[in-house]
Design a protein around this ligand. Sequence first.
Ligand SMILES: Cc1cc2nc3c(=O)[nH]c(=O)nc-3n(C[C@H](O)[C@H](O)[C@H](O)COP(=O)(O)O)c2cc1C
Length: 194
Amino acid sequence: MNQFTIVGLSGGLSSPSRTLSLVALAVDAVARASGRAGLVPHSRIIDVAALPDIGQLRSRADAGTPEEEALRAVEQADLLIVGSPVYKGSYSGLFKHFIDLVGYRSLIGTPVALLATGGSERHALAIEHQLRPLFAFFQAQPLGTGLFLTERELVDGRIVAEPAQQRLDRLVEEAVHAAEGRVRLRTRLAGAAA
Ligand SMILES: Cc1cc2nc3c(=O)[nH]c(=O)nc-3n(C[C@H](O)[C@H](O)[C@H](O)COP(=O)(O)O)c2cc1C
């Protein structure tokens, strides 16, 4: 009953990708913290750029197995941890293309942690102005704390700045709290149905 799924989704295009490393770091931190809180997390990370046919995919009906599986995993997640590099002041086009294929009613009430990486602090608010409204469209529940990091704060997949680490710690706390809420709700609904 305490089981829940965490799905990390990265819209980075580079290889290696700083965004993918940030998503992996956050998924790992949330999984460990939720385990300490008595939950049983199952986590998976989706690297959109690694989906073989995502760039050619024009509609959900044409999705091949890896793309369909990834879309379903996102739609069925108890907790989403999404990250995109900032491209021209917003999320990457490939990230949005993947999201455009997600069922519009599938994320209602899903907690979503919002992450982004960028070249400078100038576009730190891309989380608030781009990612947050995107998930509001889905009636998802973005966590209050988002995390935007530049290359000065995220080096070789590790956070090297204390304020950024504190922000991640807060995001993790909020994510675990949201996951506990999801599990409690599921338990209550299962009890009512029995
Ligand atoms: C096409 C392109 C556009 C970019 N536009 C921005 C931008 O508007 N603002 C910004 O802060 N960084 C911008 N960047 C820098 C990337 O956001 C940054 O390097 C990011 O960490 C790359 O993540 P990745 O390693 O996951 O690809 C841009 C990079 C590229 C390739």
